[in-house]
Ligand binder design. Sequence first.
Ligand SMILES: NC(=O)C1=CN([C@@H]2O[C@H](COP(=O)(O)OP(=O)(O)OC[C@H]3O[C@@H](n4cnc5c(N)ncnc54)[C@H](O)[C@@H]3O)[C@@H](O)[C@H]2O)C=CC1
Ligand SMILES: O=C(O)C(=O)Cc1ccc(O)cc1
Length: 365
Amino acid sequence: MRRTVVIAGLGLIGGSLAKSIMKSEENYVIGYDVNQDSLEFAILNGIVHETSTSFTESVQDADIVILAAPISESIQLIGKLNELQLSKEMIVSDVASVKSSIINAASSLTNDKISFIGGHPMAGSHKRGISAAKAHLFENATYVLTPSIRSTEEKVEILKDVLKNTRSKFIVLSPDEHDEMTGVVSHFPHLIASSLVHQARKWGDTHSYLPNLAAGGFRDITRIASSNPELWQDIFYHNREKMSVLLEEWIQEMIDLKILVDNNKKNDMITYLQNAKNYRDGLPSKDKGVIPSFYDVYVDIKDQTGAIAAVVQLLADQQISIKNIEILEMREGITGVLRLSFYSKEAQAESSIFLQNNGFDTTIL
Ligand SMILES: NC(=O)C1=CN([C@@H]2O[C@H](COP(=O)(O)OP(=O)(O)OC[C@H]3O[C@@H](n4cnc5c(N)ncnc54)[C@H](O)[C@@H]3O)[C@@H](O)[C@H]2O)C=CC1
Ligand SMILES: O=C(O)C(=O)Cc1ccc(O)cc1
């Protein structure tokens, strides 16, 4: 039986979900967005079967509705669900990065034909908008579900079935537990990344050469500061209580760290760094957890015409697929580093040895 799935908010996340849900012929997908360009893009690229410019009309006959707008907008859309006169049951879910305020809004739903199940696919990107949507965005990622009191096991199974082509791994959490944990490993690191960039920016005012010294480490730790500011403001606002507690904890951690630095005790500092390294190294890989860890090979490369193409061609000749390529620290006339990411440990090892045999210096960290 065909089921009608409405995705409200066809941006990075909504578009990526639409692409994966469209893979099953069981689903008829309708996209709703306030942005006409996103709707046109979705139709032109076959991302949905049909588009709509009216939320209430689009969801009228839906079996499943997924709210994928910014958090505050999704909360407004939940409010509109009470206006519907429904003739059949409907499962409503969302993708918001913070769950308590969504589930609070859902608890005010009076329509007993609606089963609300909160959702949060723990994968994304610093990009925004439907043009960045990818069907495989959530592959192997953790997908958190936070059922409201008015949903059942059976409805959760139906939702998982609709989302099965995301190939993500579902876990059920309470909204509070979700917000606490994502607060620690996702939201708070964004605040810190932005604060590190501000610190560097201020120093850059008096040391004009500073940006040229920002090496790989600074870029790695601040990558997420380049994400969509409106999205992150919305996340920090809705998770503000947890953010405030985490900031207090962090300030104390920084005070302790300052004492460690000032005391200049070699072994204490090594222990601090070693303990952090042990925990970081033991985090689950992309296959198992939320932190992506690909199989990377770093290739030293001269900044000369054709060097990157030569590396890519050598691997293509060996039929080795590259998942991602990133140029790190490439400056004119200076040896730079290419980070190649592979799908497996085997491809990582094979590529490294093969490139070495062809005259490149490679490193696996
Ligand atoms: N960006 C990321 O990495 C992740 C984001 N999320 C969550 O996904 C949601 C969407 O984020 P993105 O896709 O990144 O944002 P986006 O900016 O790429 O897309 C948002 C879309 O919603 C549309 N929109 C805005 N107001 C609307 C309304 N009232 N009704 C219908 N559509 C509306 C916009 O036109 C846009 O197409 C957010 O709630 C966010 O917390 C979840 C996981 C990862
Ligand atoms: O770019 C990154 O690493 C992210 O942090 C992606 C992300 C952003 C928001 C979420 O709610 C979940 C994942």
